[in-house]
Write a protein that binds this ligand. Structure first.
Ligand code: ADP
Ligand code: MG
Length: 244
């Protein structure tokens, strides 16, 4: 599992993460919610070291025990990024490569998989995200929702231990959003460890094992999805109803 202890990050002396301590269990889905500017993206990006907190501890299984107040080696950064696959918005796909080549690129170049194996795996992943028939088209021929599903397949192809998603459907129309959410629900069922930032409360309620509510860089709720959605805490209840 991932464990953070007393993690702090400031931007221009303003705390974005304030004494964050929490855990992200393996084989479960943790959903992070909170108002705009509460630190959700900073928290997620810190997990694959796209942001570098100033202090605190970051434990990743028994593999890494990082002290943010000390330098982190390039080797650790690379390895940790392989274990925590960030799904970027779909427009991050390589425009000059077909969909299947987009998915094969990382496994072949970084993981040194042989091409046949990578192709077979990529096709299986395209099937999983419902896009097997798009293997040989280029990204410009996909809808936003399809591109986002390819981005998810591309991330899965690297077999990260955790998949990180920052508002994966915020750029999509509701109809396209639904296709992406269905794929994520399916992946969650297969016990893929995931950490998802979302504003979609109905989706959060369906997919989350664990909920984290952030406000002003602090964790104001950390517990089961059931407890979150049935809370007596007025602030959280108001937040949920405002988002629904
Ligand atoms: P959220 O994802 O919940 O909307 P963020 O993590 O993006 O929140 O931001 C948390 C706080 O940190 C906000 O006050 C935001 O303005 C600030 N912040 C985030 N990234 C930067 C940055 N690169 N430079 C300066 N301030 C930043
Ligand atoms: Mg954000």
């Amino acid at each position: 599992m991932i464990r953070l202890t007393n993690v702090n990050k400031t931007f221009d002396k303003k705390p974005a993460l304030n004494q964050i301590s929490t855990e992200f269990p393996e084989n479960k889905v943790t959903v992070i919610v909170g108002p705009s500017g509460s630190g959700k993206s900073t928290l997620l990006r810190s997990l694959n070291l796209l942001e570098r907190p100033e202090s605190g501890q970051y434990q990743f299984n028994h593999d890494f025990d990082i002290d943010f107040s000390k330098p982190i080696s390039d080797k650790t950064i690379l390895k940790l990024r392989q274990k925590t696959g960030m799904v970027f918005q779909g427009y991050n796909l390589f425009a000059h490569l077909t969909i299947i080549k987009n998915i094969m690129e990382g496994p072949v170049k970084v993981l040194h998989q042989n091409k046949n194996e990578a192709r077979k795996n990529a096709l299986a992943l395209l099937d999983k995200v419902g896009l097997k028939d798009k293997a040989n088209v280029y990204p410009s021929n996909l809808s936003g929702g399809q591109a986002q599903r390819v981005a998810i397949a591309r991330s899965l192809a690297m077999a990260p231990e955790y998949i990180l998603l920052d508002e994966p459907t915020s750029a999509l129309d509701p109809e396209l959003e639904l296709g992406v959410l269905k794929v994520l629900l399916q992946i969650a069922k297969e016990q893929q460890s995931m950490i998802i930032v979302t504003h979609n409360m109905a989706f959060a309620q369906q997919v989350a094992d664990k909920m984290i509510f952030l406000e002003d860089g602090q964790i104001k709720f950390d517990g089961s999805a059931h407890d979150f959605f049935t809370t007596n805490n007025q602030r959280i209840a108001d937040f949920i109803s405002a988002m629904t």
